[in-house]
Design a protein around this ligand. Structure first.
Ligand code: GLU
Length: 449
């Protein structure tokens, strides 16, 4: 590895030894950048890479809330404003009990390059809390969201930092947070959050956008390979918002999701999750419950395997991890390769360990990296911001057409970047390089900052 790159990487490892996910994300991006840094020796003098791995700012705050029994609780909240060189910080908020600073930092770092790939003017940010929403009443969720926003509202704004949803944060939470923001600020600034309800400035297609975008991206990959989406059997992990969008669009495109998983195990539906009744049930499972995929198997009479992952199952053409980070490790990657799968499209953020990813790529599986394939979600968030700024509402067709264009372009600029640096059809390196280059150029133009 280039000496400057490895020096910065060693420094990141030393400084962040207790934040392995962040180190992993930096290592993954840096593993693609050698030819770019070789071509741009001027980056070292201005310490471009050192700046790139240091958030512009990151803060922690206390979130106190009262449960339905009158018991008070204290949680931690974070917001990381990683890089604002190409636009206001933009990225979701995650509520999950295992969230800590390292998770928020890795997500915000990834978000910087992902947002750059969308072609929209949005910088990288992310936030969250170690609050566990499982089993909490609606009133408790509302009080938590209000308290979270009370701590955060001074530091965000439509031209400053625009949070949205992520795991544990959906339309309901965004509504409560926007209500509190409006109450505190006394202004109508609905561009401060995305993923809003349609009645107060949300965008059509936003709930579906991450999954739809991933399917459009997969379609571009298939076109490149002279292959077609028709009849493809897809294994997804997760059954949340992202998996649901994939399931819905796959059915529409003539493909089918046959495997789906949750933290309880996985289900195999050989007919595919293709009917409206099944798709609506998946939506219900992750919004109101019941939680876990066993409920799906019980309802539709298909196979359920407790406590296992489906990676490596036979009869699968495309794997799409859509649950959470490090879902697919080296062992799972080996099973996937052994099963003969040709396409592996990451849809969750960093769903593959670096060892797993290296193995898949060595074995010539075509890998679509998360920061490209799942960029449709934040991409449509940027379209929601555009609609809020112009105080207009676009039709579903308009938003969908923009999303399709965006995903095709992400695929193209990634493939082109890899080609330019002599890497062939390598979408992982291509996405890292294309995402990096725009941010790097903006940072170079803006001077010492
Ligand atoms: N949380 C989503 C992501 O990982 C969406 C962020 C947004 O819409 O700002 O990209």
């Amino acid at each position: 590895m280039n000496a400057y790159l490895s020096r910065v990487l060693e420094d990141v490892k030393a400084k962040h030894s207790s934040e392995p996910e962040f180190v992993q994300a930096v290592e993954e991006v840096f593993s693609s950048l050698e030819p770019v840094i070789d071509r741009h020796p001027e980056y070292e003098k201005v310490d471009l890479l050192g700046r790139m791995v240091e958030p512009e700012r990151m803060f922690t705050f206390r979130v106190v809330w009262c449960d339905d029994n009158g018991q008070w609780h204290t949680n931690r909240g974070w917001r990381c404003q990683f890089n604002g060189a190409i636009g206001p910080y933009k990225g979701g908020i995650r509520f999950q009990k295992n969230v800590y600073a390292g998770i928020i930092k890795f997500l915000a770092f990834e978000q910087t390059f992902k947002n750059s790939l969308t072609g929209m003017p949005i910088g990288g940010g992310k936030g969250g809390s170690d609050f566990n929403p499982a089993g909490r009443s609606d009133a408790e969720i509302m009080r938590f969201c209000q308290s979270f926003m009370t701590a955060l509202y001074r530091y965000i704004g439509p031209d400053v930092d625009v949070p949205a949803g992520d795991m544990g944060v959906g339309g309901r939470e965004i509504g409560y947070m926007y209500g509190q923001y409006r109450r505190l600020k006394g202004v109508w600034e609905n561009g401060v959050l995305t993923g809003k309800g349609l009645s107060y400035g949300g965008s059509l297609i936003r709930p579906e956008a991450t999954g739809y975008g991933a399917m459009y991206y997969l379609n571009e990959v298939l076109k490149h390979e002279n292959d077609t989406i028709e009849g493809k059997r897809i294994a997804v992990s997760g059954y949340g918002n992202v998996a649901w969008g994939i399931i819905k669009k796959a059915a529409e495109m003539g493909a089918k999701v046959t495997y789906m998983s949750g933290s309880d195990g996985y289900v195999y539906d050989p007919d595919g999750i293709t009917t409206k009744e099944k798709i609506d049930y998946v939506l219900q499972m992750h919004t109101v419950g019941p939680r876990g995929v066993k409920a799906y198997a019980d309802r539709f009479g298909c196979q359920y395997v407790a406590g296992e992952k489906h990676w490596g199952a036979a009869d699968v053409d495309v794997c799409m991890p859509a649950a959470t980070q490090n879902d697919v490790d080296l062992e799972s990657a080996k099973k996937i390769v052994a099963s003969g799968v040709k396409y592996y499209i990451e849809v969750a953020n960093m769903p593959t360990t670096n060892e797993g990813l290296a193995y898949l790529r060595q074995q010539k599986v075509i890998v679509g990296p998360a920061k490209a394939a799942n960029a449709g979600g934040v991409g449509v968030s940027a379209l929601e911001m555009a609609q809020n700024s112009e105080r207009l509402v676009w039709t579903a067709e308009e938003v969908d057409a923009q999303l399709r264009k965006m995903m095709a372009n992400i695929h193209k600029i990634s493939a082109d970047a890899a080609e330019e640096y002599g890497m062939g059809y390598d979408l992982v390196s291509g996405a890292n390089i294309a995402g990096f280059k725009k941010v790097a150029e903006a940072m170079m133009a803006q001077g010492c900052f």
